[in-house]
Ligand binder design. Structure first.
Ligand SMILES: Nc1ncnc2c1ncn2[C@@H]1O[C@H](C[S@+](CC[C@H]([NH3+])C(=O)[O-])CC(=O)[O-])[C@@H](O)[C@H]1O
Length: 334
């Protein structure tokens, strides 16, 4: 089992304390339902990780844990082979006791694109929706956040996160919870909510924006990153069965359409802070992610298109504020 008790203690006297009425039972039921097959194997691997304390946890320029010489060559080999059991590693990179987990994504590049455009995270309560392995959560903690909560329903990403946290001396200000956004009560408590790489996976994108809003305190900040297309405020791509070989892609709006959706949902001070084409340097197969990656998802004859003929992946980052006088009903409407 994964032990969430530190997190419960951490929020017991915080503005998230009323979450304790439902969360422990919810996570208990989740573990009972999932603790078999691959997840049980990953949890066993987690329990085999050696205990090594370190005073070196560097989260401002990247995610680096441990000083050279803190583990022997033999221990390092053992740690590496255990970490490799959590293949495929998609979001990173991580440097743990001299082991470079070279992930599919250079998630640090996304962080670099947004970090100077958001309100300083110092002392803030932060929620990262669809946090993957938790890479950005560590960077949020490095930027001074008081508490970082990530949610992601993937069992593998929970185990990757717990593996990193294990070596970070069971760091207490950061926690991944294996939940989908739709399973969260309307907490209205976070100073900053991130939703990155999630909106296009949602069947109902406007509801997703309202769900994100219902997690923010009045005056809080949303950081939204998603796939976009070129086009005017009325243009939205609804791909067929697959987009870039991904099955569950529902809506890819133009950036201007997305700004319109945020306005409709009652956000204000909406700023588009970045638009970038995803390159094959940012998303690629590596020794830690040996499956297909972006090169395989693009048209070999025209890398400006996906293999299905849609515009190649382009992503926008938008920052928006929940108004200070925002009123929300129980149904999340304005
Ligand atoms: N209902 C849901 N609720 C919450 N998360 C979900 C849900 N469904 C899927 N996810 C999770 O959303 C994440 C999307 S990846 C972005 C990772 C990171 N944010 C990044 O920006 O690199 C997409 C990408 O690679 O673009 C996955 O980890 C899913 O498990």
């Amino acid at each position: 089992m994964i032990d969430f008790s530190n997190f419960y203690q951490r929020i017991a006297k915080s503005r998230l304390q009323h979450w304790l009425h439902t969360l422990p039972a919810q996570l208990h039921d989740w573990q009972k339902l999932h603790l078999h097959g691959e997840f049980a194997r990953w949890v066993r691997a987690l329990h085999k990780l050696p205990n090594i304390t370190t005073d070196h946890i560097e989260l401002t320029d990247g995610v680096t844990i441990g000083r050279p010489g803190e583990v022997s060559a033999g221990e390092q080999k053992k740690i590496e082979s255990l970490l490799r059991q959590f293949h495929p590693w998609r979001k990173g990179p991580f440097h743990i006791h001299g082991i470079h987990i070279d992930t599919e994504w250079r998630s640090d590049w996304k962080w670099d694109r947004l970090k100077d455009h958001i309100s300083p995270l110092q002392h803030r309560y932060v929620l990262d929706v669809g946090c993957g392995s938790g890479y950005h959560m560590w960077r949020m903690a490095g930027a001074g956040a008081k508490l970082v909560v990530g949610i992601d329903p993937s069992q593998l990403f929970l185990c990757q996160f717990e593996a990193v946290r294990h070596f970070a001396n069971a760091y207490r200000g950061v926690q991944l919870l294996p939940l989908g956004i739709e399973e969260l009560p309307e907490l209205r408590a976070f100073d900053t909510v991130f939703s990155m790489g999630v909106l296009y996976h949602r069947r109902s994108p406007i509801d997703h924006l309202l769900q994100l809003k219902s997690q923010l305190r009045a005056g809080g900040e949303l950081v939204l990153e998603t796939l976009v297309i070129d086009g005017n405020e009325h243009q939205v791509l609804v791909p067929g069965e697959r987009y870039g070989k991904m099955r569950n892609v529902w809506f890819i709006p133009s950036t201007r359409a997305l700004v319109g959706w945020l306005e409709k949902c009652g956000f204000e001070d909406i700023r588009v802070v970045d638009e970038s084409l995803t390159t094959v340097d940012e998303q690629r197969s590596t020794d830690w992610m040996r499956n297909e990656s972006l090169t395989d998802f693009l048209d070999p004859a025209d890398p400006g298109k996906t293999i299905e003929g849609y515009p190649a992946p382009k992503r926008a980052i938008i920052v928006a504020i929940k108004p200070a006088d925002s009123q929300q009903t129980a149904r999340g409407e304005i």
